[in-house]
Design a protein around this ligand. Sequence first.
Ligand SMILES: Nc1ncnc2c1ncn2[C@@H]1O[C@H](COP(=O)(O)OP(=O)(O)OP(=O)(O)O)[C@@H](O)[C@H]1O
Ligand SMILES: O=C(O)[C@H](O)COP(=O)(O)O
Length: 403
Amino acid sequence: MSTFKTLDDLEPDKRVLVRLDLNSPVEDGEVQDNRRFERHAETVRELAEAGHRVVLMAHQGRPGDDDFVSLEQHAAILASHVDRDVGFVADTYGEAAIEAVESLESGEILLLENTRMCDDELPEEEPETKAETEFVQTLAPHFDAYVNDAYSAAHRSHASLVGFPLELPAYAGRVMETEYEANSAIATREFDGQVTMVVGGTKATDVIDVMNNLGGTVDRFLLGGIAGELFLRAAGHDVGFDVGDMDLFDDQWEANHETIASLLDERGDQISLAVDLAYEDDDDERAEIAVDDVDEKDRAYLDVGTDTVESYDEVVRDSEAVFVKGALGLFEDERFSKGTVGVLRAIAETDCFSVVGGGDTSRAIEMYGLSEDDFGHVSIAGGAYIRALTGASLVGVEVLQRN
Ligand SMILES: Nc1ncnc2c1ncn2[C@@H]1O[C@H](COP(=O)(O)OP(=O)(O)OP(=O)(O)O)[C@@H](O)[C@H]1O
Ligand SMILES: O=C(O)[C@H](O)COP(=O)(O)O
């Protein structure tokens, strides 16, 4: 299916510039190991073993956010998965970066600093414009080839993703290849029975947008997480508001409340909302409340409740295909993992076709002792995966296909 070149087409012993997606959760300043490292390690190891000089680019967070940090910790985590040293230089394309790149020997690996620390990276512009930036024009001449392995960032028209492939012979890495083939096949697939999509997580804007386009394909949407609460708010309940210094609901409400209202109006019979929610009580225990009994906007809800989990479990077990995007609660805290894990367990125990997407959400699988083998495909992509569900193309892939 792929129409791009892959590592099978790359001659050995080259100077290769590789784009990975190592964007990870950061807790108290500590980068959390996750499936992205393990998956990309395969591509990196293969390149090093083929005798290439391997220079890696990746991003972490966005300027202004708490998780916008250096990639120094990422180099150490990646090294533990590749089983080889991964050098790090705190520079993107300046003198220090170029010197480190030029001093690499065959089979050695170097990670450059967070691409989003470079001004040319982020503004979304045409690939041709990105190719002309100082970042791309300075770095590209030091390489023979460019490899894009960052399928999960391929919906972004950023310099490191779309500029370099116009300046260098470009190839897809192993993660790009696998994710592209698995996720692109979904849009054209037909199912005899019920198709269900579990929608949660914190990036409500991304998922609500996509729900609008998937109404014809998906029979039933099971909502939780931040998106779920915004739908409850639209249905007239006192949930889905920022309380204290929270910054999850009100902006996303502004951006999406009209779409939510029209989705509820036109597709209300396809949408299941939580009937109960869980929160942390004064003794730090999990407590639950029926949505109909909520009468104050003063509490943060961290999971869907037990009755909701039971009804979602039944829907999943009756489905022919289940797609998951985003967690139903703050599953990293075991007290609030019931919704996310309940749905994942139901999928794992049935033989439906399933795809679990999201860099964060897919972590719940190993955290709670489930096996990746019990799912059709576990994608490390979030935004790119849900765009693929709708059949939309990804700019980072399109540019590779031009080569
Ligand atoms: N009620 C809630 N309150 C706070 N956090 C929540 C709640 N429900 C879900 N989450 C969080 O949502 C996160 C997962 O969703 P998110 O939208 O960030 O990413 P994703 O779908 O995994 O993927 P990607 O970041 O790759 O797009 C989890 O880390 C979980 O803790
Ligand atoms: O984590 C992701 O989903 C990708 O790395 C894209 O990150 P972004 O949403 O910050 O562009």
